[in-house]
Write a protein that binds this ligand. Structure first.
Ligand code: BGC
Length: 764
């Protein structure tokens, strides 16, 4: 594995240009602020290989589905993450020659992501044909405090000659998606206006009619412009700023940009708002804009940092993951969600998988205000009617949430996943349970949660098959989380979680009957629930079939799992890995090898229902058969390994998640980052090593220290308390920053943590 980024606790730096790996570096250097984001593309022209990418949260295009054999239930169109108008462009010419890093001689190139301040920096020296040098330094950020605003500082310093410099900052709406199914362009032009101060471009998405206005304004420091001009053509506006710099003199072009959309403003007002926002940014000036952005990031790190001492690679890995999660989703807008590639690439239609509920929710719930996790739940509540339509398309009652979605509609079209990976429904219900358990916001159940539980339960009650010979309910024709087996019967995880979903719906129903009887009546009347339905949920829950392998004392992945040839990963030729790049799909499906946590996912979710021996037996049986070819897998195994005392194994599995993109483990980071598994790597530390659990209405911490680390520390936001947990050799400490005293269970003992005090416990 070639490593192109240097190791530093707060920076990711690409030293020297790597034209062959430019797409990889562009993915890793992505920045975002929840409203929008972009790859680490260059501002100036670049004729080498590059994937140009600017993305705006919630602005999508319904691309016509492309499949071989059409099956009823497939979506006709599905929402695709859309490459948006480019607003970073600053074409630059020096002494009449256009700057293009693929054509010029370049020295001392560095591209670096400053994680503390969430900004992208580049510096390099251009060498012209006569050997004259110019130093260039660039900083770009997307404001965390003004979500529609971004800014770029672009500074040129000729070292040994007097240079004529022409900056051409521009906005370009003539952009494409590389992954368009039929090569169509997704934008149409609305209007543009170029002016020597503020210019604006308005484009509209085809079919979805999202109107997006992008405005820009520039300023020049270090010299007076000799000439300025403005120009436009359809879908494009530019300014020209000509100036001269003496040797050693720095001239800096600052480009301010604002992006407004009809998601937030009436479509007739987006242009005026973009102009207003960019003018406000310009008035504030670079220093104050950047300063307020840095202050917002300081706050994020204060509440959500994970510190690892003694292992800079691990430290850089986890900070990079936290940074990119924060770039992707900030939680203020319940219409948005956490795309598996975030704002870092086009791949994957839609934005929301079960990854959000299963992997991302704990991260946002524990590192930010609880309202943010609540918004993630509301997203699904708001898509409930669409999920009911989706179930009905497949001939079922109740609600089946889509496998992947942007607007509530399905964005996936492979039958074995779209129709069969139905376990996702239970993850959505589980997230409600997880949120209420963590935050104690029981009101959510009455306001929104129960409706989702009711309709998902209805779905399960319809989807199960009764087996009279055995007097059990089964779930046939499914794909579990392990996508390396399709159309199997009785996936233990799916059956167990479906039964749990029914049980939880009944429990919440009893709670509402006691505490919110009026609201319960209202919901059940709205949803047309017949009294026999909950009775039936109870019967199905009690009689759900859960396959078991007697000879090993473990849960069975699925009915026929033991009929497969029982091999383990260490018996494979290492050259065959990853299987999905070396074996035929047929061979994979017939094999025993498991793509990702499946039975183990159930042990993690329903953690306090299984004893240590059960966890141990299942771990020992399934881990050797698991190839972890989904980035979501090792974190769950790592957490269970930590729980059963296999601390070295927990650490080894953790390493597979923490630097997945920085080290390009799966050889696919060029397409974009693996955003959702980043939350899994955070969980490996906080749940795995830190032993975080919430049970019996209390926060439990049961930490251990990986041998390779000297010390680690993380923060937790828990029911209004901010706790700092630190684990060093032989000692674990918990400190509450401000707040009222809070009771927690720390290494098995209930303790009260007063405000601004530290409790210290010896680690056994
Ligand atoms: C995994 C799924 C996951 C999806 C998006 C797939 O490879 O198997 O569980 O939802 O990626 O991250």
């Amino acid at each position: 594995m070639k490593k192109i980024f240097s190791v530093d606790p707060w920076k990711v730096t690409e030293m020297d240009m790597h034209p062959q790996d430019n797409r990889l570096a562009e993915s890793v250097m992505s920045i975002g602020n929840g409203h929008m984001g972009m790859r680490g593309n260059f501002e100036e022209d670049y004729s080498g290989d590059s994937l140009q990418g600017t993305y705006i949260g919630g602005v999508y295009y319904p691309d016509k589905t492309r499949v071989g054999w059409w099956k009823i239930g497939y979506p006709e169109y599905y929402a695709k993450v859309l490459n948006a108008p480019n607003f970073i462009g600053i074409r630059t010419a020096v002494d009449g020659v256009n700057v293009d890093l693929a054509q010029w001689d370049v020295e001392n190139f560095e591209r670096s992501l400053d994680m503390r301040r969430s900004c992208l920096q580049r510096s390099f020296t251009l060498v012209d044909n006569s050997g004259r040098r110019i130093d260039v330094a660039v900083t770009r950020f997307l404001s965390r405090s003004r979500r529609e605003v971004g800014a770029i500082r672009y500074a040129f310093t000729p070292k040994d000659h007097r240079a004529d410099i022409l900056f051409t900052p521009y906005l370009d709406g003539d952009v494409y998606n590389e992954d368009a199914n039929y090569g169509e362009q997704f934008w149409s032009h609305v209007s543009q206006s170029a002016d020597s101060s503020t210019s604006c471009l308005t484009m509209e998405t085809k079919k979805t009619a999202f109107v997006v206005s992008t405005a820009m304004r520039w300023s020049l420091d270090g010299a007076d412009p000799d000439r300025t001009d403005a120009g436009e053509k359809q879908s494009y506006v530019e300014n020209q700023v000509q100036c001269r710099a003496e040797p050693g003199q720095t001239v800096t072009l600052t480009k301010y940009a604002a992006v407004t959309t009809s998601r937030d403003w009436p479509s007739t007002e987006t242009e005026a708002m973009a102009v207003q926002r960019v003018n406000e940014a310009y008035e504030a000036g670079w220093d104050s804009l950047f300063d307020e952005h840095c202050r917002a990031w300081k706050q994020i790190w204060t509440e959500g940092d994970v510190v690892i001492e003694g292992d800079d690679e691990a430290q850089q890995g986890v900070r990079f993951n936290i940074l990119q999660l924060q770039h992707t989703y900030t939680g203020e807008d319940p219409r948005l969600n956490i795309g598996p590639k975030g704002f870092t690439g086009e791949k994957y239609g839609g934005s929301t998988y079960w990854d959000t509920e299963a992997y991302c929710l704990p991260f946002y719930m524990s590192t930010m205000d609880h309202s943010i996790a609540r918004n993630l739940l509301l997203y699904r509540y708001n898509h409930l009617e669409k999920a009911i339509e989706n179930a009905s398309k497949l001939g079922c009652e109740g609600a089946l949430y889509p496998m992947v979605t942007m607007n509530g509609e399905e964005c996936h079209n492979e039958w074995e996943i779209t129709f069969e990976e139905i376990h996702r429904n239970a993850a959505i219900s589980y997230a409600i349970f997880n949120y209420v358990r963590y935050t104690k916001d029981k009101q959510y159940l009455a306001d929104y949660g129960y409706e989702v539980l009711l309709e998902t339960s209805r779905y399960w009650a319809d989807r199960v098959s009764y087996q009279p010979r055995k007097d059990v309910y089964m779930i046939l024709g499914v794909t579990g989380p392990n996508e390396y087996e399709n159309n199997i019967n009785n996936n233990w995880y799916t059956n167990t979680m479906a039964a749990w979903n029914l049980e939880y719906a009944l429990e919440v129903r009893s709670y509402l009957r006691q505490h919110h009887p009026e609201r319960l009546r209202e919901i059940e009347a709205k949803r047309n629930l017949h009294e026999q339905e909950p009775e039936q949920w109870q019967v199905i829950r009690d009689k759900m079939y859960k396959p078991f392998i007697e000879e090993h004392g473990v849960f069975a992945q699925q009915d026929l799992f033991m009929d497969k040839e029982q091999l383990t990963v260490d018996q494979l030729d290492p050259d065959d890995l990853p299987l999905n790049q070396n074996w035929s799909w047929d061979r994979i499906l017939r094999s025993v090898f498991i793509k990702q946590a499946d039975v183990l996912q159930g042990l993690f979710f329903l953690n306090d229902r299984f004893d240590q021996q059960t966890k141990q037996r299942n771990f020992d049986f399934y881990e050797p058969r698991t190839v972890h070819e989904s980035s979501l897998s090792p974190c769950v195994y790592s957490i269970i390994a930590g729980e059963i005392g296999r601390t070295d194994k927990a650490y080894e599995l953790y390493l597979r998640t923490a630097r997945l993109d920085l080290d390009n483990y799966n050889n696919d980071t060029e397409d974009g980052l693996h955003i959702t598994s980043m939350a899994g790597s955070w969980m490996s530390i906080v749940y795995g090593f830190g032993g975080l659990r919430v049970c019996d209405d209390q926060l439990h911490l049961n930490p251990f220290k990986p041998a390779a680390w000297e010390r680690y520390a993380f923060k937790l936001v828990f029911r209004g308390h901010l706790l700092r947990v630190e684990i060093a050799e032989g000692k674990a400490k918990v400190t509450q920053e401000g707040g009222k005293p809070v009771d927690i269970v720390f290494l098995g003992k209930t303790v009260s943590v007063p405000a601004d005090e530290t409790l210290e416990v010896d680690l056994h």
